[in-house]
Design a binder for this molecule. Structure first.
Ligand code: AMP
Length: 537
């Protein structure tokens, strides 16, 4: 017997329509590439998105067409998120920090028909345009006054494209399973892989972002996503904030500590989200100036493990650091660390230790850990194995690609992470499978070693890698960058490990360097570090 309830498709335009109607005057504030601050609200977003939708149809775009974007977090990018998927096309956010060859590969692989670009990336695209044969035209996301003279073919000006278009549009989506957005993983080896989100997966993920024990965005919050809209849809925040009626503060290209703290203060930001490298800069700036944004009460930290020193620094500022874990293939939210009634009653040091784990699954995500033979391991907080996931917003196969080993077990996706899960369901990411240091029969977590180094008062950032070793296979080596003006010798940092980790985990060497290489999404580039420092000496 079938239920007798309405079958209303879960579609992205419904998020926007709800926000426009019930949170119409809630502000969206953007620091623009052109310089000034731009302000409007969800009602304004809806009006302009409909103009954009009409303009996109006018360009001949529609069902299943792919539209690329190279843009910072800002209101025009937000309009593309909704306008492109609203006409049945796919919004393909391209990470401009990737190597140019990868950008060309991604745009060609996706067969983007149009590419929308912020002023910042016009030069980059001009250098590539010859390789992007299938792109019919480029739209520069600016007004006539700032429109550059460009060699890009069929270059259009965004504001001119919208001007005069009707502010009404009949959202055409009927199938909630239609593709809506596309992101490529920045993979450190091989070509990037496309993850194709559907309307349904995006809407369900947005709801989960807003759960009380998730990011808990509300109509009293002002959210500044530092995480870029070109990296896993800024963790789904551009879709989740509107339905919560949460003010959105978009930082544009200015992601340094000074710009972020200034914008957070002036816009009364209560919550922000980003990767640890961003917070390193922000915390350094706050320390220097002694000024923490006065309304900020929580920051979401993910993308890489949050070091204990970072969590403590936020705690001292009265800001709760919420640890979360996910990946491009998971839209991205998988687990998030919020206390339960039981864990809240624990002693302060136990609570602190627990807060460093990545957290518990959200409803909608199933998790398990398995050993090398695929046998499921217990949730005991000590057994560790490959972390596999299953759920409403998890990638079933990669876009235009043959099946890969990660999808070998039907219904499960192998995340490539190694983790423990405790009896309460708290996940601790031990490492990426590829980054774990295999010394003799033991596995050493590079994350644990990095956390110790960062707790040293002179260390700003550190990477732990396995250096090939004749006797042990691999031995841990720390590559560290010191804080400006700080002094510490390699030997002092090495000595700092004593008593903090098992004897066999103590690094064989500490190398002090000027800077560490990062990926396009702000993670430590371990492949390059291993190339530079990973060979036996
Ligand atoms: P991406 O698809 O670029 O978002 O990268 C996903 C990967 O980042 C995950 O598979 C993890 O290896 C890593 N990651 C994300 N969040 C965390 C976290 N909180 N702690 C440790 N690693 C993380």
């Amino acid at each position: 017997m079938l239920g007798q309830m309405m079958k209303v498709p879960l579609t992205i335009p419904s998020l926007l329509e709800f926000a426009a109607r019930y949170h119409g005057d809630c502000e969206i504030v953007s620091k623009t590439v052109e310089g000034p601050i731009h302000r409007y609200d969800y009602a304004g977003l809806a009006r302009r998105t409909k103009q954009l939708a009409n303009a996109l149809c006018g360009l001949g775009l529609g069902d299943g067409d792919i539209v690329g974007t190279l843009a910072w977090n800002g209101y025009r990018h937000l309009e593309l998120y909704y306008g492109v998927s609203g006409i049945g096309a796919v919004c393909h956010t391209v990470n401009p920090r990737l190597f140019v060859e990868q950008i060309a590969y991604i745009i060609n692989h996706a067969e983007d028909r149009y590419v929308f670009t912020d002023l910042s990336f016009v030069g980059l695209l001009e250098g590539l345009a010859d390789k992007l044969k299938k792109v019919q035209g480029f739209v520069v996301m600016t007004d006539r006054a700032h429109m550059p003279s460009t060699t890009l073919r069929n270059a259009l000006c965004y504001e001119e494209l919208l001007a005069g278009q009707p502010e009404t549009f009949d959202w055409s989506i009927v199938d909630e399973n239609a593709a809506a957005a596309l992101c490529y993983t920045s993979g450190t080896t091989g070509n990037p892989r496309g993850v194709l989100y559907s309307h349904r997966s995006t809407v369900l993920h947005s709801m989960a972002v807003n759960f009380a024990d998730s990011l808990a965005l509300s109509a009293r919050d002002a959210m500044l996503p530092v995480v870029p809209m070109f990296h896993v849809n800024a963790w789904g925040i551009p879709y989740a904030a509107p339905v919560a009626g949460c003010k959105l503060v978009m930082p544009g290209p200015n992601l340094d500590g000074a710009s972020l703290t200034h914008l957070m203060e002036s816009e009364a930001v209560t919550i922000s989200a980003g990767v640890p490298t961003v917070w390193l800069n922000l915390l350094a700036h706050i320390k220097e100036t002694g000024k923490c944004p006065s309304r900020l009460n929580r920051v979401v930290i993910g993308g890489s493990a949050c070091p204990p020193a970072m969590m403590e620094a936020f705690e001292k500022l009265g800001v709760r650091a919420v640890h979360a874990w996910g990946m491009t293939e998971m839209s991205p939210l998988g687990v998030i660390n919020q206390p339960t009634r039981r864990t809240e009653a624990l002693a302060a040091d136990q609570r602190r230790e627990l807060a460093l784990k990545q957290g518990r699954p959200l409803y909608g995500v199933e998790i398990k850990i398995v050993d090398g033979a695929g046998v499921e391991l217990p949730f005991d907080g000590t057994s560790f194995g490959s972390l596999k996931v299953h759920g409403y917003w998890i990638c079933d196969s990669y876009f235009r690609q043959e099946p890969v080993a990660a999808h070998d077990e039907p219904g499960w996706f192998d995340t490539g992470d190694v983790a423990t899960i405790d009896a309460d369901g708290f996940v601790k990411i031990v490492d990426r499978t590829k980054d774990v240091i295999k010394s003799g029969g033991e596995w050493i977590s590079s994350i644990d070693l990095e956390n110790v180094a960062i707790a040293h008062p002179a260390v700003r950032e550190a990477a732990a890698i396995g250096r090939t070793d004749e006797k042990w296979g691999e031995r841990p080596v720390i590559v560290a960058v010191l804080k400006p003006g700080a002094t510490a010798t390699a030997e002092e940092i090495r000595a700092f490990y004593r008593g903090k980790v098992g004897k066999w985990c103590e690094p064989d060497a500490v190398l002090i360097v000027e800077s560490l290489p990062h990926t396009a999404t702000g993670k430590l580039l371990k492949t390059e570090l291993r190339r530079l420092y990973g060979q036996a000496r």
